[in-house]
Design a protein around this ligand. Structure first.
Ligand SMILES: Nc1ncnc2c1ncn2[C@@H]1O[C@H](COP(=O)(O)OP(=O)(O)OP(=O)(O)O)[C@@H](O)[C@H]1O
Length: 152
């Protein structure tokens, strides 16, 4: 663990995508898995995206063959966003959710959340930031006030 991590635990942005949130029994189970991994839930919010929201968040994927499918999936119903914290939050959460593709996850990492709950390559049930920079940008996307200095 680096000195930076001792002083300031790492943050990551986690999404439980609409297929998970469509089943009321699943978010509490996932929350328990998060806590079992010793990740702290710093903040959470319920989200319902418009097409424009999805297009803004997934701009880097525009033009890819799965882009419209992805935006349709992410606007299909409410979902949950969390800020998670631990000394290695990015790696911890991505380790817990497993590989992007659920079929591969079921073969190679069957204990991961995408292996257990993921449906297809697009409907893969979870998201996790992949770097400190993307975590900051993604946290600001869902929690616009989080990094703003307190006004008193
Ligand atoms: N090859 C693909 N086919 C279908 N959908 C895909 C494919 N690659 C990515 N997606 C969808 O687009 C989303 C965003 O892709 P991205 O590459 O940013 O993955 P991610 O969720 O950050 O996961 P990871 O970083 O673990 O790959 C994925 O979570 C998935 O829903």
């Amino acid at each position: 663990m680096s000195i930076k991590q001792v002083l300031k635990p790492q943050l990551t942005l986690a999404l439980l995508k609409p297929d998970i949130c469509a089943n009321a029994a699943l978010p509490p189970k996932i929350k328990q898995a998060i806590l079992n991994k010793e990740l702290q839930i710093v903040k959470e919010t319920n989200v319902l995206w418009t097409e424009a929201d999805a297009a803004r968040f997934y701009a880097e994927h525009e033009g890819k063959f799965f882009y419209h499918r992805l935006c349709g999936y992410m606007t299909s119903g409410p979902f949950k966003a969390y800020i998670l914290s631990s000394p290695n939050a990015i790696k911890d959460w991505r380790g817990l959710i497993g590989p992007t593709h659920p079929v591969r996850a079921r073969i190679n990492q069957p204990e991961t959340l995408r292996a257990l709950y993921g449906l297809t390559d697009t409907r893969n049930s979870f998201h996790g930031s992949d770097s400190d920079m993307s975590a900051k940008q993604e946290i600001e996307f869902f929690f616009p006030d989080y990094f703003k200095p307190c006004q008193s």
